[in-house]
Write a protein that binds this ligand. Structure first.
Ligand code: FE2
Length: 269
């Protein structure tokens, strides 16, 4: 359940954000710009430049859409904080990226579990200007639209380990392309510089069999060489691979269970 309420746009698609909300955007934007400058992949940084997002106020969706449409034909669609899987895939299949329009409160400035407008626009939109990445997400949406409930659970793992938490090897250094990382100040550094997580080459079958938790820093990151890797993986054979993955079963989690984390937190107090 969310405590946040999505802000409704006007008929023209504009949203009236308060001064405090605009200040929150400005703070997050400036802090994150410094963090991603040498850590985000080239395609993401190029996309940021193309979008020319406003620094001191929450960007308005019609402005973002103008650039996105021009580059790849994508758009961002304002949605309530949480939407059903079916609606999510339907939007992606129509080259519309769902975006919750609220922005986090100051007491959750460093971390919140739900995606807010900073995550959606700053995290996701720059890469949607990249033609190969944009085609990958489009195909993902189309395949998800026709998938069963169970198959969608496995497709969500691919989304998680790529669109949200993917790393990419570029000219001798590891870079970030996942939006979940690029909108998180802590994980931006952790994903590349910490010795704790595993970083392994992207492999569809391994990713499909790897469970994850949404409320902790990731314990596994998958590394691609180029966006063609995930684009090529996202064809109709993915559904057969999902069934193969179900047959083979999940790998053991490399993270503690929620109960173990809670017990540890309690002990640390
Ligand atoms: Fe996201």
């Amino acid at each position: 359940m969310t405590e946040y309420i999505a802000k409704a746009p006007t008929d023209e698609g504009y949203i009236d954000y308060s001064d405090v909300e605009n200040q929150t955007w400005e703070f997050l934007y400036k802090r994150q710009m410094a963090a991603v400058k040498n850590r985000a992949c080239d395609e993401y940084l190029r996309g940021l430049e193309l979008l020319g997002l406003s620094e001191d106020s929450v960007p308005q969706l019609p402005d973002v859409n103008k650039s996105l449409r021009q580059e790849t034909g994508w758009e961002v669609a304002a949605v309530p904080a949480l939407i059903p899987f079916g609606r999510f895939f339907e939007l992606l299949a129509n080259k519309r990226f769902p975006a919750a329009t609220f922005i986090r409160r100051k007491d959750e400035i460093d971390y919140l579990q739900e995606p807010d407008i900073f995550h959606e626009i700053y995290g996701h939109c720059p890469l949607l200007t990249d033609p190969v990445f944009a085609k990958f997400v489009h195909n993902y949406g189309k395949l998800g639209l026709n998938a069963s409930k169970q198959e969608r659970v496995y497709l969500a793992r691919i989304f998680w380990f790529t669109v949200e938490f993917g790393l990419i090897q570029q000219t001798n250094s590891l870079k970030i392309y996942g939006a979940g990382i690029l909108s998180s100040i802590g994980e931006t550094e952790y994903s590349l510089e910490s010795s704790k997580p595993e970083r392994k080459p992207f492999d569809v079958m391994i990713a499909l069999r790897t469970p994850y938790r949404i409320d902790i820093y990731q314990t596994v990151y998958f590394v691609i060489k180029q966006f063609e890797d995930i684009y090529e993986a996202m064809d109709s054979s993915i559904i057969n691979k999902i069934h193969e993955a179900i047959e083979l079963g999940d790998f053991s989690p490399t993270f503690p269970s929620k109960e173990e984390t809670k017990a540890k937190d309690h002990h640390d107090c």
